[in-house]
Design a protein around this ligand. Structure first.
Ligand code: G4F
Length: 295
């Protein structure tokens, strides 16, 4: 039975990935933050020695871009230093294990190249993007040093398990609350902002496929489609048979000072080498998320 070690298993991606791997008859070791704080190098080493995993999925991160404003040092510590600690622990204790790192489209910032691929230069415009860019470079270095270390450059990916701070889930939850008469208004930041939104369940399959590939590489996982926050609003309200007009307010305090732009991915390398493609459509994903909240 292969053994997989997942950091950040309590999150949306970690929970779906653990289910996928258990379905494939893996033993899944999913330490909580208390058992394996990735910022504590000694704790990471102990956890890896005890688990002796075949595959490591490093998903633990401070993942909400807005959290950087509250504590940028913590974001860098978890997202960058945590990755360095994991690489070091693997090199010392499990050098044959395969490592997957969950990188982000935010590494590209506001790129001129559209869509982006694995060769697009990193130029982050947020602390979050910077933390992920630095960690992705550390993964590339570890690969050059002989570790099997792969990165998935993940574009936004959502599901009914998405955290409530992210805009898709925020909108779907608010629609259900408005439908039930518990809420009147939904305040949003920039509703013209556009993202490449996919389904988290497709993306965790990509993570697993990246580690089954004979070589460790970087892979973009994306749908290649851009949609606006306003598109999410219109689909979610329509799913609940509500008119969004009269409910949605734009609140300037929710606008982001440094907003990435034009983040749309070209996943043709993952399609070609891994046979990966996103199965879910944007519309069906937002409808499913809204129905889950209504239920
Ligand atoms: O849902 P979001 O907060 O996700 P964001 O910032 O794009 O980050 C997500 O995707 C990244 C990949 O590109 C990941 F690396 C990261 O970990 C995370 O998963 O915001 C999406 C868009 C943004 O343009 C934001 O400005 O929605 C816009 N937005 C407009 N009003 C809002 C709101 N976002 C939030 N969270 N809340 C609003 O009221």
């Amino acid at each position: 039975m292969p053994c997989a070690f997942i950091t950040g298993a309590a999150g949306q991606d970690g929970s779906y990935l653990a289910e996928l791997l258990r379905g494939k008859k893996y033993e899944v070791i999913a330490p909580g933050r208390a058992e394996c704080d990735v910022t504590d190098a000694a704790a990471v080493g102990r956890a890896l020695r005890a688990a002796a995993p075949d595959e490591v999925y490093h998903l633990a991160a401070v993942s909400h871009v807005g959290q950087a404003a509250q504590d940028p040092a913590a974001m860098l510590a978890v997202n960058f230093q945590g990755t360095v600690n994991l690489i070091h622990g693997l090199r010392e204790d499990c050098p044959r294990a395969r490592l997957f790192f969950a990188s982000s489209s935010e590494v590209f910032g506001r790129p001129d190249q559209v869509p982006q691929n694995e060769e697009t230069p990193f130029a982050p415009v947020t602390i979050y993007g910077e933390s992920k860019a630095r960690a992705t470079l550390a993964i590339r270095q570890a690969r050059a040093d002989g570790l099997f270390a792969a990165s998935g450059i993940l574009y936004n990916h959502e599901s009914p398990r998405r955290g409530e701070v992210f805009v898709t889930r925020k909108i779907c939850r608010a629609v259900a609350a408005i439908k039930a008469g518990r809420q009147q208004d939904l305040s949003l930041g920039d509703t013209t902002a556009r993202r490449d939104w996919g389904d988290a369940r497709d993306y965790v399959l990509g993570m697993w496929l990246a580690l089954q590939h004979p070589q460790p590489e970087d892979f973009v996982f994306a749908t290649g489609e851009l949609h606006s926050v306003q598109d999410v609003v219109e689909i979610a309200f329509a799913t609940a048979q509500l008119d969004w007009r009269g409910h949605v307010r734009v609140d300037a305090s929710l606008m982001r000072p440094a907003e990435p732009a034009r983040l749309v991915g070209d996943a043709s390398k993952a399609r070609r080498l891994l046979g990966w493609s996103p199965r879910a459509s944007f519309r069906s994903l937002i409808e499913e998320m809204t129905r889950a909240e209504l239920a």
